[in-house]
Design a protein around this ligand. Structure first.
Ligand SMILES: Cc1cc2nc3c(=O)[nH]c(=O)nc-3n(C[C@H](O)[C@H](O)[C@H](O)COP(=O)(O)O)c2cc1C
Length: 183
């Protein structure tokens, strides 16, 4: 029987929600990365790692990636959950800080999905709150005339929050995962 596993890192629940929905669709387990130390990844036909996006990086992907080799990367699908739109620029940036770090020539063709997340400004405190303040400043100071519209759009999400978590966002990822396990 072919098997899948979903491993995730979530701070405020939206990535965990996606991980659980994906696992439900695939009939497998979703496990937090912190609980996944004992899991033997070689037992699976499809390995899915999902993390929330912070400063365009997929949180703890680097930690998880230490466990990967060529064989495991053939079965890997990655998703990041964030509040920026799924534009080509955003994909390129997130890819560069995650999969691009371990496979800069994209030889393994690891699939990356960016799924719409949830951001509630009142929940974000401490270091994350500080980081967000800086990101907001950089976003606004760096905006050219062309990018101003997009910067304003993001500023609105940062200031007022946004919730883009929808179950249907996982559909393409699930289809790809099923392709891997039906081989
Ligand atoms: C400090 C901080 C930095 C963030 N940076 C980004 C970012 O660069 N790009 C993005 O799309 N979302 C960014 N976000 C939004 C989160 O990725 C989003 O809220 C996500 O849904 C959180 O996932 P979680 O609910 O699993 O913790 C950031 C959020 C915080 C708090």
């Amino acid at each position: 029987m072919s098997k899948s596993i979903v491993i995730y890192t979530s701070k405020r629940g939206s990535t965990r929600q996606y991980a659980e929905w994906i696992a439900e669709e695939l009939g497998c387990k979703a496990t937090a990365l912190s609980d996944a130390k004992e899991i033997n990844l070689y037992e699976y036909d499809c390995i899915i790692y999902g993390g929330w996006i912070r400063g365009s990086g997929i949180v703890d992907f680097d930690k998880f990636a230490k466990r990967l080799d060529n064989e495991l990367m053939e079965k890997l699908i990655v998703f990041g959950v964030g509040m920026a739109d799924e534009t080509a620029d955003n994909y390129a940036q997130v890819w560069g800080y995650s999969i691009g770090k371990i496979d800069p020539k994209n030889e393994k063709r690891v699939l990356l999905y960016i799924l719409g997340g949830r951001y509630r400004p009142d929940e974000v405190k401490g270091f994350d709150g500080f980081l967000m303040k800086i990101m907001r400043k950089v976003l606004l100071s760096g905006s050219t005339k062309e990018s101003k519209g997009r910067a304003d759009f993001m500023k609105d999400r940062i200031d007022n929050g946004v919730d883009m978590v929808r179950r249907e966002n996982i559909n393409s990822l699930v289809k790809d995962a099923k392709k891997l396990t039906n081989k």
